[in-house]
Design a protein around this ligand. Structure first.
Ligand SMILES: NC(=O)C1=CN([C@@H]2O[C@H](COP(=O)(O)OP(=O)(O)OC[C@H]3O[C@@H](n4cnc5c(N)ncnc54)[C@H](O)[C@@H]3O)[C@@H](O)[C@H]2O)C=CC1
Ligand SMILES: O=C(O)C(=O)COP(=O)(O)O
Length: 360
């Protein structure tokens, strides 16, 4: 029996309530902190019905042997489509013009735009979403260039994206969109120094995570005109208390709507449910993001070895807690994959009797 708790709206998990559950499913707004994880004695799995796992303390979960899994492809198309919508909004001022119309105006001069056709789009992060953005914007006639430290250059080229270093990329772009995870190495990828290397008036989109484009640097670049506009779906603090970016006339923003489509939510919900059922039934482990070593514990062979490890552990424990000193322990195992005899010696030097290796 597996007790599952699904949290979609609560800003923080309550430690008391989580402690009764074996599984937890969250979206991005719920912060699964080390405190929550350490208080959840029964927890075996944290399911992220979505892509980014930066709201989960994965290290704390791994230390407790808790699997963290996500559904990385369920919302790819939705996030890519919103990115394209923001790129188009920036080129033609659609949100600002719509707002102006609602206020009773008819202002054709103020909202003069520029075609995307023939412009250069820099894509930083050529993973699932970056790739989908590239193919969609290529259909608008944009030239797509990109940077990714892992995606091989020939793979990027096969998607019609010219791979290059960031140093080469910054000065060529009319538009830049970021699609990396939030990690220490991606915080502030676009900062004062990189904005300074860009064309004056470059427009930027962040549908990945708040902070990949440094918010203070972005505001400075918008104010100086170095940045001509920004489309923002994500913020360092959500909802943002500091409204300076949102209120800037050249900023088009959304309240983290990248994955908020009927289709993406249906896919992610179904994926995480199926993945958890598969894991509980011991069938397969899909989507685990923490420690390959945790994932491998679920293979059939590993099940046997885990049981063996537990048995050996309990034998050794009873030896160490026994009042009578133990000098030798001989353990014999039998079976298809472990048809061998282990001979352990627990003597004063703490060395393996057979190999002479020291025990750790
Ligand atoms: N706004 C929203 O609602 C959504 C936001 N996201 C965000 O988008 C991010 C990307 O999603 P996917 O494309 O599915 O992930 P992915 O893992 O397929 O791609 C990420 C790419 O970033 C690259 N990367 C890592 N460090 C980099 C660096 N320093 N510079 C350039 N590239 C770097 C990786 O090599 C990888 O190819 C997610 O981590 C998540 O934070 C995802 C879905 C919805
Ligand atoms: O999947 C992601 O990384 C997202 O940012 C989507 O977040 P959400 O599930 O809509 O809260």
């Amino acid at each position: 029996f597996f007790h599952l708790w699904k949290l979609h709206t609560a800003p923080n998990c309550s430690i008391v309530s989580v402690s009764n559950y074996d599984g937890l499913v969250v979206r991005s707004a719920t912060k699964v902190t080390a405190d929550v994880i350490n208080a959840a004695d029964k927890l075996k799995i944290i399911g992220r019905a979505g892509t980014g796992v930066d709201n989960v303390d994965v290290d704390a979960a791994t230390k407790k042997g808790i699997i963290v899994m996500n559904t990385p492809s369920g919302n790819t198309i939705s996030a890519a489509e919103l990115t394209c919508a923001l790129l188009m909004s920036l080129s033609r001022n659609v949100p600002q013009a719509a707002m102006s119309m609602k206020q009773g105006n008819w202002d054709r001069k103020k909202f003069m735009g520029a075609e995307l056709y023939g412009k250069v789009l820099g894509i930083v992060g050529l993973g699932r979403i970056g790739k989908e953005v590239a193919s969609r914007m290529q259909s608008f006639g944009m030239r797509t260039i990109g940077y990714d430290p892992i995606t091989p250059p020939e793979v990027a080229a096969s998607w019609g994206v010219e791979p290059m270093s960031l140093e080469l990329l910054w000065p060529q772009c009319d538009y830049i969109t970021v699609h990396t995870p939030l990690m220490p190495s991606t915080v502030g990828l676009l900062n004062d120094a990189s904005f300074a290397k860009c064309k004056k008036g470059v427009k930027v989109v962040n549908c990945a995570r708040g902070g990949i484009i440094d918010e203070d640097a972005l505001l400075r670049a918008l104010e100086s005109g170095q940045c001509g506009g920004a489309g923002l779906d994500v913020f360092v603090e959500e909802p943002p208390k500091n409204r300076s970016l949102i209120e800037h006339p050249n900023v088009v923003s959304c309240p983290h709507l990248g994955a908020s489509t009927k289709e993406a939510q249906a896919r992610c919900g179904e994926d995480i449910a199926l993945q958890i059922v598969d894991m509980v039934k011991g069938n397969k482990l899909v989507g685990a993001v923490n420690a390959q070593v945790l994932a491998s514990t679920f293979s059939q062979e590993s099940h046997q070895l885990i049981k063996l490890g537990e048995a050996v552990g309990s034998v050794l424990q009873s030896c160490t807690t026994s009042k009578r000193p133990v000098s030798h322990v001989q353990i014999t195992t039998q079976g298809r994959s472990t048809g061998q005899t282990c001979l352990c010696y627990q003597g004063p030097e703490g060395r393996d009797h057979n190999t002479g290796r020291r025990y750790m």
